[in-house]
Ligand binder design. Sequence first.
Ligand SMILES: NC(=O)c1ccc[n+]([C@@H]2O[C@H](COP(=O)([O-])OP(=O)(O)OC[C@H]3O[C@@H](n4cnc5c(N)ncnc54)[C@H](OP(=O)(O)O)[C@@H]3O)[C@@H](O)[C@H]2O)c1
Length: 227
Amino acid sequence: MRIFVAGATGAVGTVLVPELRKSGIEVTPHVRPATAAKHPMGKDPEALICDLGDIGKLHPAMARCDGVACLVGTMRSRFRNGDTYESSDYLPVVELVEAATRDAKNARHFVLLSAMGARPGGGYLGWKFKAEEAVRGSGLPWTVVRPSFFDTRGTRSAPSHGEGRVPPPVVGGALRALGAIPALRGMSYDLRPIPVDVLARAIRRVFQEGQPTSATLTGRVLWPLAR
Ligand SMILES: NC(=O)c1ccc[n+]([C@@H]2O[C@H](COP(=O)([O-])OP(=O)(O)OC[C@H]3O[C@@H](n4cnc5c(N)ncnc54)[C@H](OP(=O)(O)O)[C@@H]3O)[C@@H](O)[C@H]2O)c1
């Protein structure tokens, strides 16, 4: 199995790529040209270095892949570099869906990393929802993942922007405590910060098992999947 990983230079991508390889899954990590020179993933022999709009390069690379992990996105603090929610959280998803559906191998499993609270409307969560809709309408087997806050502490996450993801301290403790009440356990798992290595293991399992599909997964499913 070979998975195309978009967002391979991000906080989650830099953990997911080795996690997949460790379990014998081949990976084509996608790297943007401007990032390739400054991030080790740019030297990965399997990396596809191009913009996702470069269909001359994207389509042949996708033709070799059996699935897509789309981890792309941006933050308001990176808008000064030219990214926007539309250009980073939505358009790449459309480009990847188009690439994944254009040949005969149209059963590629598309796993989209979205965010808790994605919903119709504007702003970050609105663009995330639009991206989800593009995947749900693709005709591909799909899985949308909606985690809570990320935590990179104690992991080998090495994103191109150099910023670790550290949730506010009080959030994790309070939400874990809620999990002691059986009726609130699911909600506690949905809301508590998720270490990026736990998330990467859950995504790896989804690819290995080819399921669940047509499913939107939150923490209550992701944590047990990662075991
Ligand atoms: N932070 C959280 O707590 C949290 C919680 C839930 C969900 N999420 C979502 O999870 C996803 C991954 O998060 P993360 O923390 O790993 O993100 P990240 O560290 O900011 O990495 C984002 C990745 O997307 C790539 N990218 C951005 N714009 C792109 C474009 N136009 N074309 C191609 N690649 C592009 C970046 O490439 P460069 O290295 O070239 O910039 C990088 O590889 C994001 O969609 C985020 O919205 C985040």
